[in-house]
Design a protein around this ligand. Structure first.
Ligand code: SF4
Length: 400
């Protein structure tokens, strides 16, 4: 905590001195990479790894302030949020990812499986609370197949026809197709035919087999994740992109992960945003059984670097970078918005996955709180839809 408080103080002080003064104190490779990013030149994976390794506080301040400036140049001062609701339709799953405490085996006391009526009710309730999106993901229930996913979309669209469905990770797309014995392209087509809108780019964790085979050995491998995402994009469906970091992974994995996302984006243009998700360790088997070999999530400084480095590496390709109030807490999420990020995420209404893993935050974050925290850092709050269309800009202090 002392280290992050010191870093925050240094960053605040450095802002008062101005970027030029700060950059003049930073020399060598870090300064050259920051310079490249300012010029619009691509920051390589190797250079990204160097930035993740920064320990010097002046260099960290320079990186953070440069990322904030590039954010301002590329997407302006709006901090966006979406009014949405999570519907985690079942926690029954037999994949047993070590970092997940959301899942429950069939018959477990915690196991649940929502009916279609309950999904419809939650959708109507979401709209009554102003939601434009329902975000739906669940466990890999052994008895469901791709038709179940199609049915969910039909149910939501029947309940509230213009509700945006943001649902099913690349793993769920793969699972749905496999259970119906059809190609992923055909399965995506079936979802599209019933009006499905976008896919979350979750289940990415860290896109590197060195890490995946340890933390999620039964999930789809890196190459399959990449292939499924490209198929979705090529079918005209947008997805988000994510990383779940701070466990067995190292900075070079993070830089390579960003490089993979950037390469996909160059080919398809289908990502709407990048969402870093910190590992929440407390109730997970991965952490509890690790005998000290698994990190308890990224440090606060690593989180700031993740926002700043992703802003630099993804520049011109993925321009929306989201903080996570659920996983970071509202105050630290607010501070992370000054290190390169521009989106506050969603109100959620209910959230089970991070809370199961031990996060203290979750459930619901009211829009007026997003707006208050945004104004506190001198930025302008704006409500968006899932694909970053601006619905309303709250540019007057008196406007609530
Ligand atoms: S992360 Fe998803 S697939 Fe893995 S155990 Fe949890 S619910 Fe199952």
């Amino acid at each position: 905590m002392e280290q992050i408080n010191d870093a925050i103080k240094r960053i605040e002080e450095s802002k008062n001195q101005g970027l030029d003064a700060l950059l003049s104190r930073v020399i060598g490779r870090t300064a050259r990479i920051i310079d490249k990013a300012f010029m619009g030149e691509e920051v390589s994976v190797d250079e990204g790894e160097h930035l993740f390794g920064i320990q010097d506080m002046d260099e960290l301040s320079a990186l953070s302030i440069a990322a904030d400036e590039i954010r301002r140049e590329d997407v302006g001062d709006l901090v966006t949020y979406v009014i949405n609701r999570n519907i985690n339709f079942t926690n029954i799953c037999n994949v047993y990812c070590g970092f997940c405490n959301f899942m429950a085996p069939e018959g477990d006391d915690r196991a649940y499986f929502l009916t279609m009526e309950e999904i419809a009710e939650k959708t109507v309730e979401a709209r009554e609370n102003g939601a434009t999106e329902v975000c739906m993901q669940g466990g890999m229930h052994p008895d469901i197949d791709g038709n179940f996913y199609v049915e969910i979309i039909k149910t939501v669209k029947k309940a509230v026809p213009d509700m945006h469905t943001h649902a099913f990770s690349p793993f769920e797309i793969y699972y749905g197709a496999k259970t119906l014995n059809i190609s992923e392209e055909d399965f995506i087509g079936r979802l599209k035919d019933v009006g499905h809108n976008t896919f979350p780019g979750t289940a990415a964790e860290v896109l590197d087999e060195e890490v995946r085979t340890i933390i999620a050995p039964r999930k789809i491998p890196t190459q399959t994740w990449i292939d499924v995402v490209k198929k979705a994009h090529k079918a005209g469906m947008r997805t988000t992109s994510t990383i779940m970091y701070g466990h067995m992974d190292k900075p070079y994995h993070w830089a390579r992960h960003l490089g993979i996302l950037r390469d996909i984006q160059k080919e398809t243009g289908g990502f709407t945003e990048f969402v870093p998700l910190r590992f929440i360790p407390w109730n997970t088997r991965l952490f509890q059984h690790s005998k000290g070999k698994v990190n308890p999530g990224p440090t606060d400084l690593d989180q700031l670097k993740m926002y700043a480095v992703s802003r630099l590496m993804l520049r011109g390709w993925i321009n929306n970078i989201q903080v996570s109030w659920v996983k970071q807490g509202p105050e630290f999420a607010q501070f992370s918005l000054t290190a390169g990020a521009n989106d506050f995420g969603g109100t959620l209404m209910e959230e089970h996955i991070s809370r199961s893993a031990g996060a203290n935050h979750g459930q619901y974050f009211p829009p007026d709180e997003f707006r208050r925290l945004t104004r506190e850092i001198g930025r302008i709050p704006a409500q968006r839809n899932t694909t970053y269309g601006i619905l309303k800009v709250f540019d007057e202090d008196k406007e609530q």
